[in-house]
Design a protein around this ligand. Sequence first.
Ligand code: ADP
Ligand code: MG
Ligand code: MG
Length: 887
Amino acid sequence: METTNTKTYTKPEKFVYYFAAGEAEGNAGMKNTLGGKGANLAEMTAIGLPVPPGFTISTDICTAYYAEGSKLPDWVKPEVLKALSRVETKIGKKFGDTTNPLLVSVRSGARASMPGMMDTILNLGLNDQTVEGLAKSSNNPRFAWDSYRRFIQMYSDVVMGMNSSLLEVTLEDLKAEKGIHLDTDLSTDDLKKLVKKFKDMVQQMTGQSFPSDPMEQLWGAINAVFKSWNTARAITYRELHDIPAAWGTAVNVQSMVFGNLGDDSATGVAFTRDPSTGAKKFYGEFLVNAQGEDVVAGIRTPQPISLLSEIMPEPYKDLETIYKKLETYFKDMQDIEFTIEKNKLWMLQTRNGKRTAKAALQIACDMIDEKLITEEEAILRLDPSSLDQLLHPTLDPKAAKTILAKGLPASPGGVCGQIVFTPEDAVEWKEQGKKVILVRIETSPEDIAGMVAAQGILTSRGGMTSHAAVVARGMGKCCVAGCSEVEVDYTNEQMRAKGYNLKKGDVITLDGSTGEIYLGEVKTIEPKLDGAFDRLMKMADGVRRLKVRTNADTPKDAQTARNFGAEGIGLCRTEHMFFGADRIDAVREMIIAETKSERERALEKLLPMQRDDFYQLFKIMEGFPVTIRLLDPPLHEFVPHTDEEIQHFAQRVKMDANRVKAKIQALHEFNPMLGHRGCRLAVTFPEIYQMQSRAIAEAAAKLTSEGMKLVPEIMIPLIATAKELEMLRAQTVAVVETVMKETKTKFDYQVGTMIELPRAAVTAHEIAKHADFFSFGTNDLTQTTLGLSRDDSGRFLGSYVSQGIFAKDPFVSIDQVGVGTLVKTGVDLGRQAKGQLKVGVCGEHGGDPDSIEFFENVNLDYVSCSPFRVPIARLAAAKAHLKRKKK
Ligand code: ADP
Ligand code: MG
Ligand code: MG
C-alpha cells in the first residue's frame, strides 16, 4: 500500500480556475495543474464550444490535502466560494436557492485519464426545499425528484461510504412491485417515496442524517474526490499504468445540464473514430431521458449514435460539427461526453480516446494521409508495447466450434479459459497458473484486478462504451460485452446460454473481434498483420539508429523473428540445444566423464548435432549476424535427479549407477548462479567450448563453400577478468583456424564476450583488448549488481515496487541509475580501448521500450529480444531516436 503523502508543500499562488464562455482561465496545456478533464474543459470553453460553466480546483490542493492529514487547508474555501458565485452570476441561478437552484457536478480528473476510477457526484445542491424549486423552475416535478434520488444514491455511496447497492436494490424492488422495467417509468410519487426511503436508510446504515445544507454537501464532495485518489481501485489502476501517486487529482465543480428532462433530452458518449478498428466513422451511444453514468453503467442498453440524427436532428448536427472540430483541433481521435438538454447540446468532456493497437495503427496511417499529423508525430504517438496485442493468435476460422451466444465485439483477440464469476476468483486461479475468463453481468472499477488476471472478459450487459469495454481496450485485453443471450447467475456461479448450463471452471472461448462466444477451447492461428502495421514498421525502420536482433535458439524462433523483421540473432543459447531427447544422454556422459578421453568421446557424439543446429540457424538468417553463446549453465542442470532417472540413464549408457550418483552429488552447488558456470566451465574443461567452436566453424565452412557470406560471432559468457577472455579466445581462434585449414575455406568471424558481471563492466577497457564485440547480458548484470536472484526475488520484489523503492521491476525495465551506469561505463571504457567496438544488449531488457530508450542514449549498436518483441523493439528504437533528436 502507498503511504500517506506527508511531504511539505507551498501554498500555490492560484489554485481555482474558472471556466465559462469568454472567460476560461485554464487551457489544454495545463494538465499537470488542472488534470486532463479540467484542462480540456477550459480549452473547449476557450474555443467557443458549449460547456456548462464551472471551475477547477488544482492538483496542488490534492497534495495539500494529504499533507494536512486528509483535510483541506482553510485558505482554499474563500477562493472556491468566489468561483462559485461567478458561476451563479453567469447562469443566473443561486446555489441552495429555493426557487431557482443552481445544481453542480463534482468531478475528479487526474493528469492521465483514469476512466471510471474516481467518483463523480451529480445534481449536488438538492434538498427537500431546493427540489421543489427545481420542480417549479423546470415545470417538471418528475425530473426534479429523479435528480434528487440519483443525488442521494451517489452522495451516500461516494461521500458517506454507504453500500450503494442497498439503495439500488430498493429501487429494483419498487420497480418489481409496480411491474415496470425501466427507471424512466417511475412516477413522481414513486420517486418521492424513494427519496424518503433512501434518506431513512442512509440514517439507519450510517448513523448520520443525509446533509441538507448544499454548502455542506459541496465540501463533503470535494473532500471525497481528493480522498478517492487513494482508494484501492485507483491505486491498482495507477500501478497498472505507471501513474505516480504524487500527481494527485484535480476537482471540477461544474453547473449541471440535464439529459433527464424528458424525451427531448439525452446523454451520450462517442469516439470520433472507431476505437476498436480505427475506421473513420463517428462511433458512440446515447440514451434518451437519462443522466451521466447511465450510458456507461449499462443500466439500459443504449442506442447507436447514428440513430440520434433521426431522433434529434438539430443537436446531432451540432455534435457532428463539434466532433470534427475537436479532432482537427487536438489532432487525435477524441473520446467525448455530451448531454442534450431540451434539444440543446452541451459538451462535458473530451480527451484522446483509448484504442486498440489495431485502431492506433489505422488511425495513425489515416491521419498521416489526411495531413493532420506527420510521420514522426505518428511514430511518437504510438505505444510500442501495445503492438503485442497484434502479434498474438486469433481464432482459427476453420476450427470446428459450437457457438454459445453473440455479444458486442468490444475488444479484439481470441482467448479461451475457465469461467469464473468474481474478480477474486480470477486473481486466485491465475495465481494457480490457470487461464480464466471473467464473466460478469457488468464490470465496475472494483473488478480491475480480476480483469487484469483474466485472459478475457465477458459481460451480459452494457454497450461498446461500458466500463468493461473501455477498460479492456485500454489493457489490450479481449472482451465481449453486452451479451444479453447469456444469463449470468452469481448466486450459483453459473452462466446459461443456448440451453447449456456452464459452471465455474468450465471452458469457453471468446472472439473479441466478432463478439462470438464458443463452448470449450477453439484452436487459434497466427495473426495476419495488415497494411497499416507494415507501413508504420517501415517508417520506424527508416527512422531508427539501433539495430534489432532476436534471441533465438531454434530454427522456428529464428524464422518467426525474421518474419517480424529481426536483423540477426543477438543471443543463441546453446544449452537449450543440449536438452533434446536424442542428445541429452550424450551431454550427461560428457558431464560425468572422469577422464579427458571419456569426455572427448562424449563430445564427439554431440559435435555433428551441434554443427547441424548452427548450420540451420545460419541458413535461416541469410548472412545476418548470428551470435552464438557458448555453454553457460552449471552442469548439474543437465543431469538426472531422481533415483529412477539415474537408474534408467545408467542402464542406457552402460555405467555403474552408483558412480553416476556419486558424480551427480559432487556437482551439487549451494549457489549455482554464482557457481561453476559460463566461462568457468571452459577454464576447467576446455574441451566443451572447443567442441562448440568447432561445430560453429564447420557449419560456417559448409555454408561458405555453398556460397553464403556470413560472419559467425562466438560469444564467451560470464567473463569477470581480461585474463579469462584472453585465454579462451586463443583456444577458440585456434580451433576456428584449424577448421578453415581442414576445410580449405576462409570466412570472417568474431570472438566477443558478454558483459554480465560488474567487474567486467568496470574493467571493460582491459577486456575489450581481447573482444571483437560486447553484448550486455543485463539479466545477470541485474542479478549480480543488485545481489538479487531473479529466481528468489519474486516473493518480495512486488513490495519493492508498490512501496516505490523500485519504480519498476528491475528485471523488466533496466535500473538505469544502477545497472544502467555499469552499461554506460562498459560501453565508454570498451570503446576507449577499441574505437569501433560493436556493442549490443541481449537481456530481457532488449525488448522493453523504456530500456530501449536508455540503450539508444548510451549508444549501443543493437538490442536483441525475443521474437515476438521484435516489432515492439523496432518501434521503440525509432521513438527513442526521434526523442533524442528533438533534445
Ligand atoms: P468519468 O471520469 O468517470 O468519466 P465524469 O466526471 O466525466 O466521470 O462524469 C461522469 C458522468 O457524469 C459523465 O457521463 C458526465 O458526462 C456526467 N456529468 C458530469 N458533469 C456533468 C454536468 N455538469 N452535467 C451533466 N452531466 C455531467
Ligand atoms: Mg470518474
Ligand atoms: Mg467522463
